[in-house]
Design a protein around this ligand. Structure first.
Ligand code: GTP
Ligand code: SPV
Ligand code: MN
Length: 594
């Protein structure tokens, strides 16, 4: 396979001249190709074939030990002007970026093959969709991209002889963290990633293109690229309402997107439809409303904590054709992870490849985990029992509500509703969450993560807030905006809310609010459910706990508002005045409360 696209062919040649691969192979997306690549990777040890009776089509991969999560400190937005990257991004000039990375890429593919992956984010040919071409020297990346995106001949055909595409270059080089860079060049529609083999750093269609680069395109072209799940909730009358929800990494998007209704609500006959679990591209359609697609075709989900109780649909999804990364390998060539299904295995090889037994401790007395906390599965959405029938739909689904949320052990109530779009943008802009294992750094530290986009917004975040306000004004009917917190804890550090499937009780309230049929009380934060407005049938939760979950601690919020204020200072005069005025309104509501 080659291309009649002259610029594409030239670019591939240029990159090959720099990286010096022994071979160049164009990816066509065929089954035969998959078998061939797997066989090669089994032989080299890049992949291990799993038990084909128990896990047909599944493979296993380990990354380097220092390469298990996104490295935000090595991720850069390379623009001519620093102010275009803004205060929340690492910045270099394009010149610096290319020069630094070129030195690492140079000759780095000697003895290796360079794969050329034409891919489409979004259904091929949809008005939402964007095309990219990723060059990589990793079979693992090729096999992941084949699951996560639409690849191959069909995409090349759509590209034609001079279509636009994002130039994505990835090389493992020597996997040295000191020679690792994830660079974005929005002015050139280009991404260069070198020195890593971890998902979010190397599957360039995902965070790099579909969020960082796409967010800049969205700002320019009048649409939105967001770190959001998309799901539909169907009622027995057949009516489906769709929600989009932005939670930071490892805060529950995959779980919510495919939730199973709890026993107590079974009589109501809800059915859940999963459209996406990580990324939403949203635009205003000809009806004036907000519509969304999931540009991906697979899940790259967190493994630990996934089991038949917490997420039965994910468990069913990963029984075949799945790539497991950094989980525990059992002697029978099946896999396991902490809080996974089945008995804790008596032995296995841990994510680093070392012999492992339960309870084993390291030299500091800490329990050694079998699976890395950020170990992941890559699986096709089409295998999910709740996969939406609209996944291939070129116009996506209409969005009724947008939900923000994060991990806040103390502060944020279980759910509240914004007074209007502008207030909702304020809630999104001031979101915060405790850090998880999905990014390198100290786990548990609270950080502001506006719209869950802190690591993913490809331009000045002040302008990003402005874009949100602008989009709201351009819509005929704005979705309502909510904030949720599944992670509130009691004094002893136990979660107050059972979460997972039970979250449907909160979604039910949210959807009823969208139709003005649920009760709420006015608070300084927004509308909060009255105790009787939530259906708690079959849930063993004391009234006292529910009250605590919905409570607002005025003193703590005073501190929080001061924090919002100092966070806003970061954006200087590029902070939209509407957000400053929302903060003043919030302060005023607190001062006249009770
Ligand atoms: P990324 O793929 O990193 O963007 O993460 P995500 O937002 O899709 O998070 P995911 O659904 O994978 O959940 C991450 C972790 O949070 C898992 O360990 C889950 O078990 C846990 N989790 C998810 N939902 C809930 C919930 O409702 N309550 C509690 N307590 N934990 C949850
Ligand atoms: C996240 O960290 O938000 C993820 C996983 O979804 S990764 O693709 O690695 O970024
Ligand atoms: Mn994510």
């Amino acid at each position: 396979m080659t291309s009649k696209h002259r610029k594409l062919a030239e670019w591939v040649k240029d990159m090959a001249r720099m990286c010096q691969p022994d071979h160049i192979v164009w990816i066509d997306g065929s089954e035969e190709e998959k078998k061939r690549l797997e066989k090669e990777a089994f032989a080299s040890g890049e992949l291990i074939q799993l038990n084909q009776n128990k896990l047909p089509g599944c493979v296993y991969h380990r990354t380097a030990q220092n390469d298990v999560a996104r490295t935000e400190h090595l991720t850069f937005i390379c623009t001519s002007k620093k102010s275009d990257a803004g205060p929340t991004n690492n910045w270099m000039t394009p010149r610096q970026g290319y020069a630094k990375a070129r030195a690492i890429f140079k000759n780095s593919m000697r003895g290796r093959t360079m794969y050329v992956i034409p891919f489409s984010m979004g259904p091929v040919g949809s008005p939402f969709s964007k095309i990219g071409v990723e060059l990589t020297d990793s079979i693992y990346v090729v096999l992941n991209m084949r699951i996560m995106t639409r690849v191959g001949a069909e995409v090349l055909q759509q590209l034609g002889s001079n279509g636009a595409f994002t130039k994505c270059l990835h090389g493992k080089a020597d996997l040295d963290i000191n020679r690792r860079l994830i660079l974005h060049f929005p002015e050139d529609n280009t991404i260069w990633s070198v020195g890593s083999g971890y998902g979010g750093n190397v599957l360039l269609g995902k965070k790099c293109l579909a969020l960082r680069i796409a967010s800049t395109m969205g700002q320019r072209e009048g649409w939105m690229a967001e770190h959001m799940l998309i799901m539909g909730v169907e009622r027995p009358n057949g009516q489906i309402q769709y929600l989009a929800a932005a939670f930071p990494s490892a805060c529950g998007k995959t779980n919510l997107a495919m939730l199973v209704p709890p026993q107590g609500l079974a009589r109501k006959g809800y059915k859940i439809w999963t459209v996406g679990d990580d990324i939403a591209w949203m635009r205003i359609d000809s009806d004036g409303n907000l519509w969304a697609i999931n540009p991906e075709t697979g899940f790259f989900g967190v493994a630990p904590g996934t089991n038949s109780k917490t997420n039965p649909n994910a468990v069913k999804t990963v029984q075949k054709n799945t790539i497991f990364t950094n989980v525990l390998l059992k002697p029978d060539k099946t896999v396991w992870w902490e809080e996974g299904d089945g008995p804790i295995p008596a032995e296995g090889l841990d994510w680093r490849g070392y012999p492992w037994r339960p309870g084993q401790k390291d030299e500091n007395g800490k329990i050694i985990k079998g699976a890395h906390p950020n170990s992941r599965f890559t699986a096709p959405i089409s295998q999910c029992p709740t996969a939406s029938f609209r996944l291939q739909h070129h116009h996506g689904v209409p969005i009724s509500a947008i939900i923000f949320g994060g991990r806040r052990a103390r502060l944020a109530p279980l759910v509240y509703e914004a007074y209007n779009w502008e207030h909702g943008v304020y809630i999104g802009a001031t979101m915060a969450s405790e850090r998880t294992a999905a990014q390198m750094g100290k786990v548990g530290e609270v950080r502001r993560d506006p719209m869950a986009m802190l690591p993913f917004c490809g331009y000045h975040m002040g302008d990003y807030f402005k874009h949100w306000l602008h989009m709201g004004k351009a819509m005929k009917k704005q979705p309502k905006i909510f904030h949720v917190n599944w992670f509130r804890q009691d004094q002893s550090g136990k979660f107050l809310w059972p979460g997972y499937g039970e979250n449907l009780r909160i979604l039910e309230w949210i959807l009823a609010r969208c139709e003005n049929t649920a009760e709420a009380s006015k608070t300084p934060l927004g509308y909060v459910p009255t105790l009787r407005s939530l259906d708690m049938t079959g849930l063993d939760l004391s009234k006292q706990n529910l009250q605590e979950l919905l409570s607002i601690d005025e003193e703590a919020w005073k501190q929080e508002m001061d924090d919002h204020e100092s966070f806003f200072k970061l954006f200087g005069n590029r902070l939209p005045k509407e957000l400053r005025s929302q903060l003043a309104k919030l302060r005023r509501r607190f001062s006249t409360w009770k």
